[in-house]
Design a binder for this molecule. Structure first.
Ligand code: ADE
Length: 246
């Protein structure tokens, strides 16, 4: 699968070279290309922002550099059609736009995106990108404005890293043991159960005895109960959604 990230801080994405994702890139499982938005400007100062119409604080990202950058990215994709307008909606790559005003990025969404061949990410800075870009980009991409959570970051780069990791690790072969993907937080709508390793007694704290019992049925029941208790206490929102499912 291929990711294309457009940003004014390409060096921010350098961490994608390390760890699991770095290995996946070197093995050709995940292909990540980073583009500098300023390469799509033509003035001496490589300007990407301007003052907002209607007034107000901060600067807004100009639409034209984004249009040129996104056209470039769409033309590079694995399934780029010769004529962009001939693309059927299902064939379009996805364009993720990280923003605190977007829909929530969830594990379910990450799972859907891991099935796609081409995901582009437009990292905004300042007060955001000129709104017209999103409607314009629908011709080339399925555009999704996404938020990591109800807090504000300085720009989309950290969100892009988080999403690439969440999506990339679901691509077959990236995580060595696929079973570890099944038994983790959010996969079944619950938080994960607590885990322990040796020694069984550590600084006066014992591992829950059921885990040493060798009774797989009991262990499974205990873990499930722990998942439910944690979710009820820590994430009443998830618990309400889970509880109403059955
Ligand atoms: N950009 C700024 N804040 C963000 C957030 N909470 N989620 C995604 N992108 C962002």
């Amino acid at each position: 699968m291929r990711f294309d990230v457009v940003t004014i801080f390409p060096e921010y994405l350098a961490v994608l070279d390390v760890s699991l994702l770095g290995r996946a890139r070197r093995e050709g499982l995940v292909d990540v290309h980073v583009h500098d938005l300023r390469d799509f400007t033509f003035d001496r100062h490589r300007t990407v922002d301007d003052t907002p119409y209607g007034g107000g604080a901060g600067m807004v990202m100009k639409p034209e550099p984004w249009a040129l950058a996104l056209e470039h990215v769409a033309a590079q994709g694995p399934a780029a059609p010769a004529e962009p307008s001939s693309a059927a909606p299902g064939d379009r790559p996805v364009l993720l736009v990280p923003t605190p005003s977007g829909e929530r990025f969830t594990q379910r969404f990450a799972r859907e995106l891991a099935e796609r061949e081409h995901v582009a990410i437009a990292c905004g800075r300042y007060e955001g990108i000129d709104e017209r870009v999103f409607g314009w980009a629908e011709e080339l991409f399925e555009v999704r404005l996404v938020s990591l959570g109800d807090y504000v970051l300085n720009g989309g780069e950290v969100a892009a890293l988080a999403m690439i990791e969440a999506i990339g690790r679901l691509v077959p072969g990236v995580v060595g043991n696929p079973a570890s993907l099944v038994e983790e937080s959010h996969e079944d709508g619950l938080l994960e159960y607590p885990v322990y390793t040796k020694p069984a007694d550590w600084r006066g704290r014992a591992v829950p005895p059921v885990l040493l019992s060798g009774d797989h049925g009991k262990v499974a029941a205990w873990r499930r109960a722990q998942q439910e208790e944690r979710t009820r206490e820590r994430r009443p929102d998830l618990w309400a959604a889970y509880d109403s499912e059955d």
